[in-house]
Design a protein around this ligand. Structure first.
Ligand code: FES
Length: 282
């Protein structure tokens, strides 16, 4: 753990009015989990007790105190997926990987977790591996899903790939839904936000199909332009704590209905996106 790096993260977020969660979110983005030494440093620097910091970390399932595997398999155990056979699918993953849900394989290749409803119940059972969705999963598919994950999951094709399905999102500040059913993109309700760049300020519709990069906008946006994203309801900026793993631009963070956070890169044309399905939404 690099003490200077952690201190830099703390100063940055406390300096711009961010809170403890933003600090923890970025440390986890850097290290893949929250090392104990980092939490001690956060407690010291923010003048909180270590118990308080651990309280926050353990409250939100999106935070991990142990290193995660290279590949993250999440099996939805919400009610609809549960009645459609999610428990046996989770068992099949456990059998194939030789670990229990919540554990990481000794070679650090896979972490297996169960998550709450993702808001796509009609397509259940849902399994998400490294941010790629698999819908209507049955036990026979598990072997192949593991194999594909090991090989590296390739990019998905909108509409023809069953791993793509719509997510329903809301503003992380005011919790107002960002879904716009009156202006569909890719044939499903879009995600409406307000963006600004070069003194222009207008609407932008994102496809709500996770993995699709279709957008429509009020103004033509030059490729590679980094935009500021705002909630059209409370006007809060939707900036997340993370930087895009592809290009380094700030990520835009929205809450997924059913639990979790979706982040997309703020740079026009960049395909950086991330999904964390575990959180209770913060
Ligand atoms: S229960 Fe699995 S998506 Fe809703």
């Amino acid at each position: 753990m690099k003490t200077d790096e952690i201190q830099g993260i703390i100063e940055k977020h406390l300096g711009d009015g961010g809170g403890l969660i933003s600090v923890l979110e970025e440390i986890q983005a850097v290290y893949g989990y929250l090392p104990a030494d980092a939490l001690r440093l956060v407690a010291d620097e923010t003048k909180r007790s270590l118990v308080d910091v651990y309280g926050v970390v353990t409250f939100y399932k999106s935070f991990s105190l142990t290193p995660r595997g290279k590949h993250l398999c999440s099996v939805c155990m919400g009610t609809a997926c549960h009645v459609r056979g999610a428990p046996v699918i989770a068992q099949e993953f456990e059998r194939r990987l030789g670990i229990r849900a919540g554990q990481t394989t000794p070679d650090r290749e896979f972490t297996l977790e169960t998550v709450n409803c993702l808001g796509a119940c009609a397509l259940g059972p849902i399994v998400v591996v490294d941010g790629h969705y698999f819908s209507n999963v049955d036990t026979a598919q598990v072997k192949n899903i593991v194999k594909k994950a090991r090989a590296g999951l390739e990019e998905v094709k909108v509409k023809t790939d069953r791993r793509i399905f719509p997510v329903s999102v809301s503003c992380s500040r005011c919790n107002h839904s960002l879904m716009d059913p009156d202006n569909p993109v890719d044939g499903v309700p879009s995600v409406r936000v307000t963006v600004s760049f070069e003194r222009k300020h207008g609407w932008l519709l994102l496809s709500s199909l996770y993995g699709s990069y279709t957008v429509e906008s009020e103004y033509e946006i030059p490729k590679d332009m980094v935009l500021d994203f705002f909630c059209p309801h409370c006007h809060a900026e939707l900036k997340g704590a993370s930087k895009c793993p592809e290009c380094g631009a700030p990520m835009v963070s929205m809450v997924v209905r059913g639990g979790g956070i979706v982040q997309v890169c703020s740079r026009r044309g960049c395909k950086g996106h991330m999904l964390d399905l575990h959180g209770g939404g913060f």
